[in-house]
Write a protein that binds this ligand. Structure first.
Ligand SMILES: NC(=O)c1ccc[n+]([C@@H]2O[C@H](COP(=O)([O-])OP(=O)(O)OC[C@H]3O[C@@H](n4cnc5c(N)ncnc54)[C@H](OP(=O)(O)O)[C@@H]3O)[C@@H](O)[C@H]2O)c1
Length: 267
């Protein structure tokens, strides 16, 4: 959520009425008015478009921290992005380009042009077995895989990693059983001397008190956005009262990047 501060409580310092701020709400973000803790407000420059800024709060922080705080990518690394055409996937592609990575992305065929524009080699996950394709193209294996799908993408993602490679999964396990399966794979992958690592990333760490790395990374991402080094892909914007249509578009499978709900004040 991005908005302007309307009022502050007694004794609140560090934020004033009129400041532009963001909040990572998890739920309750479809709103015109939000009551939120002052110590969890994220400073947002007024020089950037609010719709673009809203993508930084969730999608870009997931992409940035998966890439830089978990996989610790370096220039020239070979990586796979699962769900490359989505909100987080498009953020990963832009940040990966900035970091000088050699990228492969899974996406539906109709979205491959966007991947090519971002210097990402597209693989149509509906028509091709990406494990076979990547074993042909990169016989030495990849340095990192970024996955938001979970399920069998985890094992198949591990299968395309080379020695020293890391799989970062930020997907929500669909069931408790799937969660235990993931934890089992994580323990065995990380304990076996196979030179590969499996890490789980979640913004839930923010709510467990590890807020400093988030605040540092949001500041860096807003700096990159303000400097024009990243340009979030906005598929469409809807007035907040048309949230149902926005959700229908999301469910259509035609979206590339982000769908943003906008209030009258920020239209
Ligand atoms: N851990 C966290 O803190 C956190 C935070 C935010 C989101 N997430 C999770 O991250 C995932 C991605 O989020 P998002 O906002 O980027 O989603 P999104 O914008 O809806 O994009 C999802 C992408 O997944 C692709 N896809 C759909 N079915 C697929 C399949 N069977 N195999 C491979 N790709 C498939 C689609 O590609 P095509 O359209 O090209 O087919 C689409 O581009 C979600 O599972 C979400 O729950 C986690």
């Amino acid at each position: 959520v991005i908005g302007d501060v309307d009022a502050v409580g007694d004794g609140v310092t560090g934020v004033q009425v009129g400041d532009r701020v963001g909040a990572l709400t998890v739920t309750g973000g479809y709103t015109e008015v939000l009551y939120w803790r002052a110590d969890r407000l994220i400073p947002v420059p007024t020089t950037v478009d609010p719709a673009a800024a809203s993508t930084i709060i969730l999608n870009y922080i997931v992409a940035y921290q998966s890439m830089h705080r978990n996989a610790h990518v370096k220039q020239g690394d070979k990586v796979l992005i699962v769900g490359a055409s989505g909100g987080i996937g498009t953020a990963l592609m832009q940040l990966g380009k900035l970091a000088g990575l050699k990228m492969y992305g899974l996406a539906s065929e109709s979205k491959h042009d966007l991947l090519r524009q971002m210097d990402v080699t597209p693989i149509d996950y509906r028509m091709q077995d990406f494990v076979e394709v990547l074993r042909d193209l990169e016989p030495g294996g990849l340095d990192a895989v970024f996955d938001g799908m979970s399920g069998d993408y985890i094992q198949r993602g591990l299968d395309v990693l080379g020695r020293g490679g890391t799989l970062v999964s930020f997907g929500e396990p669909p069931s408790l059983r799937a969660l235990f399966g993931m934890l089992g794979t994580m323990i065995t992958t990380n304990l076996l001397p196979n030179g590969r690592a499996f890490k789980f990333y979640g913004t839930s760490f923010y709510f467990l008190g590890r807020r400093r790395p988030f605040n540092e990374d949001w500041a860096e991402l807003f700096r990159l956005l303000d400097a024009g080094a990243i340009a979030p892909v906005i598929d469409s914007k809807y007035p907040i009262l048309e949230a149902a249509q926005a959700n229908a578009r999301l469910e259509s499978g035609r979206v590339i990047g982000n769908v943003v709900l906008v209030t009258r004040e920020l239209m």
